[in-house]
Design a binder for this molecule. Structure first.
Ligand SMILES: [Zn+2]
Length: 90
């Protein structure tokens, strides 16, 4: 799965987005004799980002920038740096 990061042009939001993704997956469904399902592996065959909308100001489309994915950061799924995002890195 790709981790794409976004940045809202409208309000500078980096952390909260509504993302609509259409994903086609191949999954290994392992049923027990009792009928319980355990999905043992999921392979993403195809993935398409349909739309991204800023959770804060509602901007979408061209106003949402796609940031090049950085490999440097890991475990940052909880990077809730809500304030002080105005200092752009360019
Ligand atoms: Zn925004």
């Amino acid at each position: 799965m790709t981790t794409t990061r976004y940045r809202c042009d409208g309000c500078g939001n980096l952390t909260r987005f509504d993302v609509a993704i259409s994903r086609r997956t191949r999954e290994f469904h392992h049923f027990t004799v009792g009928g319980d399902l355990e999905i043992e592996s999921i392979e993403v065959v195809e993935e398409e980002i349909e739309s991204v909308q800023c959770r804060w100001c509602g901007a979408q489309g061209d106003r949402i920038q796609v940031l090049p994915s950085e490999t440097a950061s890991d475990g940052s799924s909880h990077a809730d740096v809500d304030a002080t995002v105005t200092a752009g890195g360019d």
